[in-house]
Design a binder for this molecule. Structure first.
Ligand SMILES: [Zn+2]
Length: 90
């Protein structure tokens, strides 16, 4: 088992979609390799983070409103110089 193989298989490993033999190899490797342990841990946290943020239910409606307002503001700021001339877009 090499570091490279860990990097390549980390997503399947975390998803539990790896075959048992490879899974065991990875477990054995990260048990003795702190670098890969940190890497796998980081990827796992990132996946959990994205899954949490993909669930709209978790976002309170007040926060959602604020977020939309902030995005709208940014959008306006960006378009203001040229769009303000009234080209009648929607
Ligand atoms: Zn390693």
């Amino acid at each position: 088992m090499t570091h490279r193989k860990i990097f390549k298989n980390v997503c399947d490993f975390i998803d539990g979609e790896l075959d048992e033999a490879t899974c065991e190899e990875i477990k054995k490797h990260i048990a003795s390799c702190p670098k890969c342990r940190i890497y796998v841990d980081t990827v796992r946290k990132t996946i959990v983070f994205y899954q949490a943020n993909d669930a709209p239910k978790r976002l309170p409606s007040a926060a959602k409103k604020r977020l939309h307002a902030a995005i709208a503001l940014k959008f306006k700021e960006k378009r203001a110089p040229s769009a303000a001339k009234g080209r009648g877009e929607k």
